[in-house]
Design a protein around this ligand. Structure first.
Ligand code: PAF
Length: 280
């Protein structure tokens, strides 16, 4: 696996592959890789000739008081994991390589980025859309792989690619869960063993809501309130638990069939998100 820090060197290598006719897959990450990232890479390996992974903890998507400086950085272990999956190229730029000076341009996606995590983490999705569009311009992949765990992020990226006519196929990869149902996340590392057990209740609350939706009896607002109340009783601080439409993340009506329940809750100091897609 080649490790490259500079955009110029990355472009030289990618040009060689492109000239040889290789299909290039891209997996952007912030490192601290877990089984969810490994799934993204495995899917990318299956669907392309060359796999490029980026490891860049992007400062512009962290708000004030968020965990940018303490975000887990585990480069040595990450490299080993990517080597074992036979990734072709790891791009690990310094912050100054991606942001050499104060940017005058921000990519901002309206609609799907508003509400939910966008409301709580103001500016977060601008940071994500901007860095992902920069990385897309640097790598110019044929396909890019994103986890469904960050469902709102995936919607933002899809909208950006569509609106800006980027010739990149966005491939969603299903959530990978611990055996107790907890969605894998780099931030799970902040949880104690006890909190990890309790955090499995997030997925359990999604399953209960799904069952009620499938039965079709309860009002959506009641299902949401019941879930939030239950999570509060269990010791979570729920931020949102909303039954939405998959296509635009607007709150769902009874006539909608392609649904996703979006959920965020704090457990102690740790903010966790999860979701469940339901096709009625
Ligand atoms: O999902 C992430 O890890 C990040 O938001 C991403 C897409 C790598 C952009 O920094």
């Amino acid at each position: 696996m080649q490790c490259i820090n500079k955009i110029l060197n990355l472009r030289e290598q990618l040009n060689r592959w492109r000239l040889a006719g290789d299909v290039i897959a891209f997996v952007p990450t912030m490192g601290n890789l877990h089984e969810g990232h490994m799934q993204l890479v495995s899917q990318a390996k299956k669907q392309a000739d060359r796999v490029v992974v980026s490891l860049f903890v992007n400062p512009t998507q962290f708000g004030e008081g968020e965990d940018f400086s303490t975000y887990p950085r585990t480069e040595a272990q990450d490299k080993q994991k990517l080597e074992s999956l036979k990734v072709d190229l790891l791009f690990m730029p310094e912050v100054t390589e991606i942001y050499p000076k104060k940017s005058l341009t921000t990519v901002s996606v309206t609609g799907v980025s508003e509400g939910y995590c966008g409301a709580k983490r103001v500016g977060h999705f601008d940071g994500v859309a901007t860095v992902v569009s920069k990385l897309f311009n640097i790598v110019q992949p044929n396909k890019a792989f994103f986890g469904e765990k960050d469902f709102q992020q995936l919607a933002v990226i899809r909208a950006m690619v569509l609106d800006l006519n980027l010739p990149i196929e966005i491939i969603p990869v299903p959530i990978v869960r611990e055996s107790n149902g907890l969605a894998m996340s780099s931030r799970n590392g902040y949880l104690t063993a006890e909190q990890k057990n309790l955090a499995a209740q997030l997925y359990a609350s999604l399953i209960i809501a799904k069952e009620e939706l499938v039965l079709g009896q309860a009002e959506y607002l009641d299902i949401e309130k019941e879930a939030r109340d239950k999570l509060t009783q269990l010791g979570f601080e729920p931020e949102y638990f909303t039954i939405c439409r998959q296509e635009d993340l607007k709150p769902a009506a009874k006539t909608d069939k392609q649904l996703v329940i979006l959920l965020a809750a704090k457990l102690g100091q740790v903010r966790l998100i999860d979701n469940l897609q339901i096709n009625l």
